[in-house]
Design a protein around this ligand. Structure first.
Ligand code: WTA
Length: 655
């Protein structure tokens, strides 16, 4: 995997770290050897980077597979590990969070000592509200410091948080509250979006009223924008009344390593989102280990910035638990990347001297489109490492990212993982790996991932059989931060992840992949009915069910079509009911609005085609593959299994 020194930068295929970077890196090649020599001893060592109140004696219990137990007889408190222990180590004055509000004059700096006080107060307030270990709390908040404080306060009490992305609609929030039977929602009055304050509390009111909202006892509201809110006496409480008045004294209690930490709902192949459940010891071990080694963090000097939202798993693991467990200083930004101007991210990097920047390919492509002259106006020389997550990054965007953000110097870590894996699984180690643009490279030390064919035979890396064909990406050994289940649905957990290769006992991630010539992994994207829109997972079934929920729609089929900007874009094909025909023009806009209302504006289809029929097999299954061909303007694939191949003429005519 030597660097190809003779190639021009634009076609260079492999980028080795500089000697200077390699020499100072946290992780060396020895990490692979250690993990290889004794995997469980390796993980025990990583777990012991954390503070355990009761040390564990057993590393892994896989006897009840696929539900793993890691470090099961150990006890720890996650919030203590993320906050208190840094203060006890004498680092209370270190900045934990440089918070940057969307309005340019809003910012706050929070040290670890201050964070400890805030988390303690919030934990006391939640206790006063009657919450006890095992209860569920929904957090529906923009990127404000209180959101992080709320998550840590839950963790401190052994209460499970279920963070719901603040861009989701009231009905999406309602479904998640009902499924988890949450007792409390923590929210804000409103949120800033592109300079404007918009209500958030309204959506909560709508979500907790009526069926499905009965479990909610209180709504705790942070005043963020000052806009008017409806108020239900007795139920609604202001954060500044309840939390600010609470004591800063709070002694954390240790919980079993397998005590649940959080639920995070994610799209699956059916319309109903799944509550992915993570536990404490294993999750924190791998989050902390990957954050330390993949991002090469030096807590004393680095300024780290992950641009994700806490509503997604990247925000959980690489804004909250990974960075805070390592005691780093980070930037947390509230708003959209181009508000008030497209210079915003570059200004933040410059102002705070950001050294590590972790973002999504879709944002890199947005910056690419805006042009390099914007970046050129800023001093980005503080950056020493760049990261990418959420979807495959195309080599062109990778190279642009390295050139424009990284002065052609910085390593890029393309990190493959999922909500279910909890933390990074496949990624370069920045001081070790010669990376190829577009490949997440190889499993991290301690992790095992292989690409297999339909029958579970491993493709052979380094041969034509491995490189020319794509297969299924599977995780063939348990890992510490693996999901422990789907909330309330153990059968669905088995069925979704463990049935495809049940005989072998492997986890199937839902992604297709192929090997490259050096045995590195190229992730090709989802092969199930899950779309990836700007790094957001949305299932075709969810959008279909929102569409058929509209009274004018008889049938709907949704596919993800390749999109230059967002990776994939949602394309819908709908058959209208006879009663709705005639108004087809307005209908398209109405349906887009319906999807935004039912799910989120991020799930709005790019295109909706009103068609007379949908292509179906004899067994009645919609042939999405063929619709994808239509959406992407390709020649149709094999249509022989269709009941009526001529339906495409009608679809094309309607398109
Ligand atoms: C995709 C996000 C290629 C993949 C952390 C996976 C990626 C899904 C990468 C999980 C990457 C994530 N290269 N594909 N570096 N990272 N994916 O649960 O399809 O929101 O299955 O977790 O995103 O999305 P999720």
């Amino acid at each position: 995997m030597a660097q190809n020194d003779t190639a021009a930068p634009s076609t260079q295929t492999s980028y080795a770290p500089s000697t200077a970077f390699a020499e100072q890196a946290n992780a060396t090649a020895a990490l692979y050897d250690e993990a290889e020599a004794d995997r469980l001893a390796f993980w025990a060592e990583q777990a012991n980077r954390l503070a355990w109140e009761t040390p564990f004696t057993e590393v892994l219990d896989w006897s009840e597979a696929p539900v793993a137990k890691w470090f099961a007889d150990g006890k720890l408190n996650v919030a203590y590990n993320c906050v208190d222990r840094h203060v006890e180590a004498g680092n209370g004055d270190r900045v934990a969070i440089h918070w940057v509000g969307e309005p340019v004059d809003h910012h706050r700096t929070i040290t670890y000592a201050e964070l400890k006080d805030e988390v303690s107060k919030a934990a006391n307030a939640l206790t006063d509200l009657g919450l006890v270990a095992g209860d569920r709390v929904a957090i529906y908040m923009p990127m404000v410091p209180e959101a992080i404080v709320a998550m840590l306060a839950c963790a401190r009490l052994g209460v499970l948080h279920s963070v719901v992305f603040a861009g989701f609609s009231a009905s999406a929030l309602k479904a998640r509250i009902a499924d988890a039977e949450a007792k409390l929602v923590i929210t804000t009055d409103g949120q800033y979006r592109r300079g404007k304050a918009a209500s958030l509390k309204d959506a909560v009111d709508e979500a907790v009223e009526g069926d499905g909202g009965q479990s909610i006892q209180h709504v705790l509201v942070v005043k963020r924008t000052g806009i008017d809110v409806g108020w239900t006496k007795g139920r609604d409480l202001w954060w500044h009344d309840v939390v600010d008045a609470a004591s800063t004294e709070h002694t954390p209690k240790a919980f079993d390593a397998e005590h649940p930490l959080f639920l995070l709902y994610t799209s699956g192949t059916t319309g109903k989102p799944k509550g992915i459940m993570h536990t404490t010891g294993g999750y924190l071990t791998q989050s902390s280990y990957t954050h330390f080694n993949v991002f090469d963090v030096k807590p004393e000097t680095d300024v780290y910035w992950c641009t994700a939202d806490i509503g997604w798993v990247t925000g959980h693991t690489y804004i909250v638990y990974g960075p805070l467990s390592n005691g780093v200083t980070q930037v947390v930004y509230e708003g959209t990347p181009t508000s008030p101007t497209e210079h915003r991210h570059f200004e933040i990097i410059e102002k705070y001297g950001v050294t590590i920047y972790y973002t999504a390919p879709t944002l890199v492509r947005t910056f690419m489109k805006l042009g390099r002259q914007i970046a050129a106006e800023h001093d980005l020389s503080s950056l020493r490492l760049l990261g990418s997550v959420g979807e495959p990054i195309n080599p062109e965007a990778w190279r642009w990212y390295r050139t424009v953000f990284g002065a052609d110097q910085t390593p890029i870590v393309d990190t493959w993982w999922q909500t279910e894996t909890g933390s990074i699984m496949i990624s370069p180690l920045p001081g070790v790996t010669a990376t190829k643009p577009g490949s997440a490279m190889t499993p991290l030390p301690g992790i095992s991932a292989v690409i297999v064919d339909d029958d579970g035979n491993r493709l052979e890396p380094g041969t034509d059989h491995g490189e020319q064909v794509s297969g299924y990406l599977v995780l063939d050994k348990p890992w510490p931060s693996m999901l422990r289940g789907i909330w309330g649905d153990p059968e669905r957990f088995k069925e979704t992840y463990w049935s495809r290769f049940a005989e072998q006992g492997w986890y199937f991630a839902g992604d297709g992949a192929r090997y490259g010539s050096d045995g590195e992994i190229w992730v090709l994207g989802r092969i199930d009915d899950v779309m990836n829109i700007s790094g957001h997972r949305i299932s075709t079934a969810e959008v279909e069910s929102a569409l058929v929920g509209h009274s004018g729609v008889a049938e709907a089929a949704v596919v993800g079509a390749t999109d230059e900007q967002t990776g994939q874009a949602i394309c819908a094909f709908v058959i209208l009911k006879a009663s709705a025909q005639g108004g087809a023009e307005n209908m398209v806009e109405e349906l887009r609005a319906e999807v935004a209302k039912e799910i989120s504006p991020i799930a709005k289809p790019r295109e909706i085609h009103v068609v007379p029929e949908l292509p179906k097999t004899r067994s009645g299954k919609i042939m999405r593959r063929l619709l994808r061909d239509v959406a992407e303007g390709r020649e149709l694939g094999d249509t022989s299994t269709l009941v009526d191949p001529s339906v495409f003429e009608a679809i094309r005519a309607g398109k």
